[in-house]
Design a protein around this ligand. Structure first.
Ligand SMILES: NC(=O)c1ccc[n+]([C@@H]2O[C@H](COP(=O)([O-])OP(=O)(O)OC[C@H]3O[C@@H](n4cnc5c(N)ncnc54)[C@H](OP(=O)(O)O)[C@@H]3O)[C@@H](O)[C@H]2O)c1
Length: 294
């Protein structure tokens, strides 16, 4: 049996962690999604009533991503978890033991992010993707928080639902795209800008892909590695909204272009729905990644 078949069989058997040592970061172990093969329109919704969803969650080794993965697995959904490196696989061992499938890729590295998209596509079409991974500071803040989710959105076969983790701090982000160094080598933008841009991306995707429910979520200031032990908001509510948007058939969850906090719509920064700003952002992200959102 060749290497790819072995891995795919592992996936079908739900033996994510067993296959994990085979997942060599940077190795194209699965068929590449050609842009033409990638969703060129709506992905048929093959779900029948009562069928559980297949959900990919970035940054599931810790915090809100890990909590969402655990809850969704407990509800019987098929969950594809993600860690940055082989060394972080132990953080999802318990989830894999419950049936999750593990993927690997450092989102600060565009080649690894492309490989991660290939791993996800090799598993099959996702019903929902939760773009959760994020960092608060450092040179990778734009790459991890904005460029990587953009690239994954462009390369992963189009799901029915897309959820992007935002923050109330996006409202303090600078609205200029002039002179942004997307590589992060020079600090031209910080966390607030990254969350303004990802919230804008969610709204742009909602506009461009009417067949997809695309939403942004402010989880609140909650006690995770990022939020700190003294964060005042409710940790359970911090991951509830993304789980609900990913799986619920509540008519409110089957809407697009929203910015949510604890299952309630909130007004985002006004520029988020400015289509010229959206188009400029998409053009910038296409330029830095060499990949257009089609
Ligand atoms: N916590 C809050 O109060 C708060 C408030 C507003 C918004 N948010 C947003 O909510 C999301 C989740 O935050 P959190 O509080 O759960 O943060 P967290 O506890 O720090 O967890 C972040 C997750 O992202 C992963 N990650 C970070 N950089 C990565 C990279 N380069 N490649 C792959 N994975 C990477 C981390 O992996 P490792 O475990 O290996 O580091 C971890 O699994 C973020 O987008 C954040 O901006 C959080």
């Amino acid at each position: 049996m060749d290497r790819r078949k072995l891995i795919l069989n592992g996936v079908q058997l739900g033996a994510g962690l067993a296959m994990a040592p085979l997942l060599t970061v940077g190795t194209a172990m699965a068929q590449s999604p050609s842009n033409s093969a990638k969703a060129s329109g709506s992905t048929p919704d093959r779900r029948s009533p009562g069928r559980k969803s297949r959900i990919f969650i970035t940054g599931s080794s810790d915090g809100l991503g890990h909590a969402a993965a655990r809850t969704l697995l407990g509800e019987g959904h098929e969950v594809v978890v993600h860690v940055r490196s082989q060394a972080r696989l132990p953080a999802v061992r318990a989830l894999v033991d419950q049936g999750a499938i593990a993927t690997i890729g450092d989102l600060s590295d565009l080649d690894q992010t492309r490989d991660l998209a290939r791993q996800v596509n090799a598993i099959g079409t996702m019903d929902a993707v939760i773009h959760n991974a994020g960092i608060l500071s450092g040179p990778g803040v734009l790459v991890v928080n904005v460029v990587a989710p953009y690239l994954l959105t462009a390369l992963i076969r189009r799901p029915r639902r897309l959820i992007y983790l935002s923050s109330s701090m996006h409202k303090g982000g600078r609205t200029s795209l002039d002179g942004i160094d997307w590589s992060g080598r020079t600090g031209t933008a910080g966390y607030s800008e990254s969350k303004l841009f990802i919230t804008t991306l969610a709204a742009a995707v909602a506009r461009l892909w009417p067949d997809v429910y695309s939403n942004a979520v402010d989880p609140g200031w909650v006690p995770t590695k990022m939020g700190g032990a003294n964060a005042p908001d409710d940790l359970r509510l911090g991951h509830l909204t993304q789980e609900w948007l990913a799986t619920s058939n509540d008519p409110r969850a089957l809407t697009s272009g929203g910015y949510w906090y604890h299952q309630r719509l909130q007004p985002p920064h006004a520029v988020v729905h400015d289509t010229r700003f959206q188009d400029r952002l998409l053009a910038e992200l296409a330029r830095v990644t060499g990949t257009r959102l089609v």
